[in-house]
Design a protein around this ligand. Structure first.
Ligand code: UDP
Length: 322
């Protein structure tokens, strides 16, 4: 790990949602950088299996707690130098299954995590999302775009939760002088996603490996810019180590359609699956691509793993775990 990914004086971090997909990769990278890491997770969508290989590592501790409950702050003794707030269901299937928990962790959970950072004088980073841009009317999406979100649509539980969380972070930084930043993470994929988490890459990869039909929503012309998890982790840690207070986009640079993703996965797996066209989810964004000019200029970050290479690595993972 490059030394620029962690501040020299950081000793201990807490990662909320540390047993999740992205959270567990962050725990691993922080341990590799020599930090002690507390992983806080209520295991609603996280999984002990994601951190099983870390439990024996010196400096790693798992704390089962619900960030939305105020007692969680007492369970997290610290003192921390870094609070990465990544607790939240992140897949549309998950947040639609857990709408109230999603709203709670974005509101009360974020407030509690901010209090924790303020208590210890730690750097705080909120995992926000490209979903704050909703179904965007501006393309590609830069941080200056305010978004197009349906406040009462089914996705609002996630979108508005994250938008509210961004407002909380901004207010905390202004009023309490908390050293707080925001990273807007675009579609990330890679090893350790749950097979059934509902997101496009694990779903298609597992369907292709099982020679089952790939469930392309609508006509598959909607687009995303995929980012491989290792690149996202680099970007997140660079935003954390920076003094940035304004949001920073971290996401892939290549815009691809859902149909292209399906076809590429069929090609790379050699699967005999066919494509089955299914209904589009309500308010499913039509076009999404990260404008990462700010990350490039501020942090010299840009993704290094192309989508074909990233998909190959993800397919190997799912093929190995069965
Ligand atoms: N999608 C799809 N089939 C699936 C799962 C997802 O066609 O089995 C589509 C989904 O409708 C969306 C895109 O893939 O247009 C990305 O969905 P995902 O849930 O991965 O992330 P989102 O960007 O919607 O949060």
């Amino acid at each position: 790990m490059s030394p620029t990914l962690s501040r020299a004086d950081w000793r201990r971090a807490v990662v909320t949602g540390g047993a999740g997909f992205l959270g567990s990769h962050l725990c691993e990278r922080l341990l590799e950088a020599g930090l002690e890491v507390d992983c806080a997770d209520n295991l609603l969508t996280g999984d002990r299996a994601n951190i099983a290989h870390l439990l024996e590592r010196p400096g790693f501790r798992f704390v089962e707690c619900d960030l939305s409950a105020p007692e969680s702050v007492q369970a997290l003794a610290g003192p921390y130098d870094l609070v990465l707030h990544f607790a939240c269901p992140a897949s549309p299937v998950d947040y639609l299954n857990h709408p109230l928990e999603t709203l709670d962790v974005g509101s009360a959970g974020t407030r509690n995590a901010l209090e924790l950072a303020h208590r210890d004088g730690a750097r705080f980073l909120l995992a926000s999302t490209s979903e704050v841009y909703g179904d965007p009317l501006v393309h590609p999406q830069s941080e200056s775009y305010w978004g197009n979100v349906n406040p009462i649509g089914p996705r609002s539980v996630y979108d508005e939760s994250k938008r509210f969380a961004e407002a909380l972070v901004t207010a905390h930084a202004a009023k309490r002088r908390t050293d707080a930043g925001i990273v807007r993470v675009f579609n990330t994929y890679g090893p350790r996603m749950r097979r059934a988490d509902g997101r496009v890459v694990p779903t298609f990869v597992c369907q292709a490996i099982a020679n089952e039909p790939l469930t392309v929503a609508g006509d598959g012309s909607q687009t995303r810019s995929l980012c491989f998890v290792d690149d996202t982790v680099d970007g997140v840690l660079l935003v954390a180590a920076s003094r940035a207070v304004r949001p920073v986009n971290i996401g892939g640079s290549e815009e691809v359609s859902v149909r292209q993703i399906a076809e590429k996965i069929l090609e790379l797996t050699g699967s005999t699956s066919r494509i089955s066209y299914v209904d589009r989810p309500v308010d499913d964004p039509e076009r999404r691509r990260a404008d990462t000019t700010l990350a490039r200029e501020l942090l010299r970050w840009s993704p290094s793993v192309g989508w074909e290479e990233g998909l190959k690595r993800t397919i190997s993972h799912f093929a190995a775990v069965g």
